[in-house]
Design a protein around this ligand. Structure first.
Ligand SMILES: *[C@@H]1O[C@H](CO)[C@@H](O)[C@H](O)[C@H]1NC(C)=O
Ligand SMILES: *[C@@H]1O[C@H](CO)[C@@H](O)[C@H](O)[C@H]1NC(C)=O
Ligand SMILES: CC(=O)N[C@H]1CO[C@H](CO)[C@@H](O)[C@@H]1O
Length: 490
C-alpha cells in the first residue's frame, strides 16, 4: 500500500525535472533577454549625439563598389567540389574557388578573397544574376560607414570613385570626392556569398551564419580617390578620420616596371594623409580580412602606428595579433571565441602597437580597440584619452549588430538569443580574481585595469543574437561606425 504515494511522488518529481528541462530550454533565455534589451535601449537613448550645432564631422577613405548578394549554396554546387576544403591566397580556378569557399564555410568564418581570373569572375556574376534572390547594394567600408554616420546626424565626407548610378545609393547630404565628374566610372563589383547557420554544403555544415566575399577590382586597389580626398580634408576639418578599404590591395603587389613597390608608395601617402591632420582629429583604422603578409607588414609600419583607434572582428583580431607577434598570417580562427581569449589578444595587440608607436616616434598613440563578435562587443579605451562613453558605445554596437542582422530596427525577443554564460573570465591567466558576473539588468560590464603603464577601461556588451539572419555582409561597418558615433565629442 505504501507503493502508491511513492509512485505518485516519483511521477511528480519526474514531471518537475521535465518541466525544468523544458523551462531551461524555452524560457530561461527569455528571463535574461528582456532586461538586457531594456537596458541596452536605455543606454542608447540616454546617449544621443549629433544634435544642433554640435554636429560632429567625419571623413572616410577609400573606395566604393557595387555589392551583389548571392545565396552561396544555390550558386555553388557541392558536387563539383573535388578533394578537401583548402585555403588559397588568391583564386584562379573554379576548383580553387569551391575549395576555398568550403574551407571558410566549414568554420563559419568571414573571408574576403581576390579572384585573379576575370573571365571566371564575370561568368559567376552572370550565373548569380540568374538566381531569383540575388540583389544589388552599395558596398565598401567607406560608403557603408558613411551612411551610418549620416543616419546618426553627423556631417560626412567620403572618398571614392564611383559611377553616377552608384552615387544614387548615397543620401545627398553626404559629400563624395574622388573623381573629376567628367569621365564615366566603371564600378568594381563584389560578390557576397551568404549562408545561414546550419546550412549544408554537401557533407559540410556551417556552424554560424556568415559570408564569403569575392572581388576582382580595378579602381579600389590603387586607392584612386586618395589625392582628391587630400585636397578636401583641410577645408572639411573632420573630428574623426576613418581609414578603410585597404584590403583591396591584398594580393596586388603592384610592382612598377623599374621594380618600384607602388603599393608601398600608396601606403606611404595614406600615412602622410593621416599625419597631415591636426591632433584634434581622431584617426580610426578599420581592419579587414587580409592574407598577404607583405601588405600586413606594411600596415603595421605605415598605418597602425599612426592611428588612435582600430576596429575589427574576431578573425581580424587573431590575424593582426599573429602578424604583430609572430610575423605570420592567421587564415582562420575560432568564429565564436571566449571573451577571455579575445580580451587577452586585445591586451597583447595593444602592447605591440604601442611598441610600434614608440619605434616610429608617432605623435598619436593607440587609445582604443573595438572588437565585434557574434556573441559580444568589446571596447577598450585608455583613460585620459579623448574617447567618451565607452559603456554606451558598446551597447549601441550591440544593438546595431542585432538590428543589422535581423534587418529590423525593433528588437524582437522571439528572434533573439544570448550566447553568454552567467559569468565570464576576463583573462585566460587563471588568477581567480578575474570573473565578471553578467547581470541582465546591467548588461554592459565595464571595469578598469592596467595594461603596461596605461590605465584602460574595458566594456563588454552581450549581443542579442538575431536567430533569423537576414544580412551578414556589411554588419561590421554598421557596428564599427555605431561604436564610434558615441565616442567622439565635437
Ligand atoms: C539559400 O537557399 C536555400 C535553398 O532555398 C535556403 O534553404 C537557404 O536558407 C538560403 N540561404 C540564404 C543565406 O538565404
Ligand atoms: C582558484 O580557485 C580554485 C578553487 O577555489 C583553487 O583551487 C585554485 O588554486 C585557485 N587558483 C589560483 C591561481 O589562485
Ligand atoms: C541595422 C542598421 O543600423 N542598419 C543600417 C546599416 O547602415 C545602412 C547604411 O549603410 C543603413 O541603411 C541600415 O539601416
Amino acid at each position: 500500500m505504501a507503493g502508491a504515494p511513492l509512485k505518485l511522488g516519483s511521477i511528480l518529481s519526474f514531471c518537475i525535472v521535465l518541466y525544468a528541462v523544458y523551462y531551461r530550454k524555452n524560457d530561461v533565455g527569455d528571463v535574461r533577454l528582456s532586461p538586457v534589451k531594456e537596458h541596452l535601449l536605455f543606454l542608447e537613448k540616454e546617449n544621443r549625439v549629433g544634435a544642433g550645432n554640435l554636429q560632429p564631422k567625419v571623413a572616410l577613405g577609400y573606395g566604393a563598389c557595387h555589392d551583389l548578394f548571392v545565396n552561396a549554396t544555390l550558386l555553388l554546387d557541392h558536387r563539383e567540389l573535388k578533394g578537401t576544403p583548402q585555403h588559397f591566397n588568391e583564386i584562379a580556378t573554379k576548383e580553387e574557388f569551391l575549395k576555398s569557399f568550403a574551407y571558410f564555410f566549414k568554420h563559419g568564418a568571414a573571408a574576403e578573397r581576390f579572384m585573379s581570373n576575370s573571365k571566371l569572375y564575370d561568368e559567376l556574376i552572370e550565373q548569380a544574376l540568374e538566381l531569383s534572390d540575388s540583389r544589388w547594394a552599395i558596398g565598401g567600408n567607406a560608403p557603408l560607414m558613411a551612411k551610418r554616420f549620416h543616419m546618426e546626424g553627423w556631417k560626412v565626407l567620403f572618398a571614392a570613385k564611383m559611377s553616377k548610378k552608384l552615387k544614387e545609393y548615397i543620401p545627398k547630404e553626404i559629400q563624395i570626392v574622388g573623381d573629376d565628374g567628367i569621365e564615366e566610372v566603371r564600378d568594381d563589383i563584389h560578390m557576397i556569398l551568404e549562408y545561414k547557420a546550419d546550412e549544408k554544403f554537401g557533407a559540410l555544415k556551417a556552424p554560424r551564419a556568415n559570408r564569403y566575399i569575392m572581388h576582382n577590382d580595378e579602381n579600389n586597389p590603387l586607392l584612386s580617390s586618395l589625392e582628391k580626398f587630400g585636397e578636401h580634408l583641410p577645408g572639411f576639418n573632420p573630428n574623426l578620420l576613418v581609414i578603410s578599404g585597404l584590403q583591396m590591395m591584398d594580393n596586388y603587389p603592384f610592382k612598377a616596371e623599374d621594380g618600384r613597390d607602388l603599393r608601398a608608395e600608396r601606403l606611404d601617402l595614406v600615412k602622410k594623409q593621416i599625419l597631415s591632420q591636426p591632433m584634434s582629429t581622431l584617426a580610426h583604422f578599420e581592419m579587414a580580412s587580409y592574407v598577404d603578409l607583405e601588405l600586413l607588414k606594411h600596415l603595421t609600419t605605415k598605418v597602425l602606428p599612426f592611428v588612435d583607434s582600430v576596429g575589427m572582428n574576431e578573425q581580424e583580431l587573431t590575424n593582426l595579433y599573429s602578424v604583430l607577434e609572430h610575423g605570420e598570417v592567421s587564415v582562420v580562427a575560432d568564429s565564436n571565441p571566449r571573451i577571455a581569449t579575445a580580451l587577452d589578444q586585445m591586451r597583447k595587440t595593444f602592447l605591440l602597437i604601442r611598441r610600434q608607436n614608440e619605434q616610429y616616434k608617432s605623435s598619436r598613440k593607440l587609445t582604443r580597440i573595438h572588437v565585434h563578435t557574434l556573441a559580444y562587443q568589446a571596447i577598450m579605451t585608455v583613460k585620459q584619452s579623448n574617447w567618451k562613453r565607452t559603456e554606451a558605445a558598446a551597447a549601441k554596437a550591440s544593438l546595431t549588430a542585432h538590428r543589422y542582422v535581423c534587418n529590423s530596427h525593433v528588437i524582437a525577443l522571439d528572434k533573439s538569443k544570448l550566447l553568454l554564460d552567467d559569468s565570464f573570465s576576463t583573462t585566460t591567466d587563471n588568477d581567480n580574481t578575474s570573473r565578471v558576473f553578467f547581470e541582465p539588468s546591467k548588461p554592459v560590464s565595464c571595469w578598469e585595469e592596467k595594461i603596461g603603464d596605461e590605465e584602460v577601461e574595458i566594456c563588454v556588451a552581450p549581443v542579442l543574437i538575431c536567430t533569423e539572419a537576414q544580412l551578414t555582409a556589411g554588419a561590421g561597418d554598421n557596428i564599427s561606425a555605431a561604436g564610434l558615433v558615441l565616442q567622439v565629442e565635437k
